[in-house]
Ligand binder design. Sequence first.
Ligand SMILES: Nc1nc2c(ncn2[C@@H]2O[C@H](COP(=O)(O)OP(=O)(O)O)[C@@H](O)[C@H]2O)c(=O)[nH]1
Ligand SMILES: [Mg+2]
Length: 324
Amino acid sequence: MEAPAAFRIILLGESRNGKSSLCNTIFGEAIFGVKNFNDMNSFATEAKTKLVNGRNFTLIDTPGLFDSGRSPEAVKPELLRCIIECAPGPHVFLIVLKVDKYTEQEEDVIAKIRRYFSDDALKYAVVVFTHGDQLPEGMKIKQYADQSDSLRELVEKCGGRCHIFDNRYWQNNQKDDYRSNKFQLVELLNTIDKMWMENRGGHFSNKTLNNIEREMQEEIKLLKLSTENMSEDEMRQQVKSIVLKRHLEENFWLKVSVGAGLLAFFIISRLNPTSNITEESVVEAAQTVLHQRAEQAIPNAFEAICDYLNALFERTYNPFCPFD
Ligand SMILES: Nc1nc2c(ncn2[C@@H]2O[C@H](COP(=O)(O)OP(=O)(O)O)[C@@H](O)[C@H]2O)c(=O)[nH]1
Ligand SMILES: [Mg+2]
């Protein structure tokens, strides 16, 4: 099996769980933006590639996409960007949680992850805890997870793959191997290797991710005709922004057309009260069109993840129809 040019790893989890810090720990360098206390402004997907222990990894650091207080308008382009960065699909989903006091709400979160993450996506998932310093001395993370039925079941569903880091206190821990990021990183990379082999060298994929990838390949072909001396990497970066812009614009014009349709309906119904076009039928048609478009843009795995996060943070935003 030939290793990919870079392993694509997407980090998902609630805001402030330490996703960006974990990216920095994995890369051994502070290149991802970490939130300071009360800092709610940094809100962007970041994807960076670096050589770690002889292999290239692309880390896709997502913002807390469905945190309360985020407007759906701000979320949509970010969600789309995550998908474009992931295409043709991630090799690894890192579900980032915090070692913390266990509350009922947390139990609920885990139950939802299990319910909404398809078994197929979990084949590519690893649970990673941050704030390892909160772990009682001498305890291993599996023992910690075993204390709660829901956590244990989540880890089991992820093939027993579970790791722990402390992005603040375990950077230079010489005393105890286990409580050291260096040791834990080697363990995580081994897990990723093993999982990749078990998945026969593949990555998670579905129809939508494939469609986005196909679209990008078409754009790259066009770009090759018009440019010289551009590396594959540079072309891909350029194409990502083209595709993102196109999808956002398409969505805008779609909304404009639906709006125009509704306006036409009101005019027709005023001019001709006997017309059999009903308000409901126009709205229904508009919803069908919007829903189909949204489905094209959002892969199923993301719908599932979004749905879980959405329920978790009690937003009114509908992930199955993110462009509504
Ligand atoms: N003590 C401790 N603090 C952490 C850890 N990971 C992240 N933090 C802190 O938690 C805050 C949020 O971290 P950040 O990486 O921005 O979280 P994100 O929103 O999930 O990307 C920052 O102040 C970090 O310094 C950790 O493992 N231990
Ligand atoms: Mg972050």
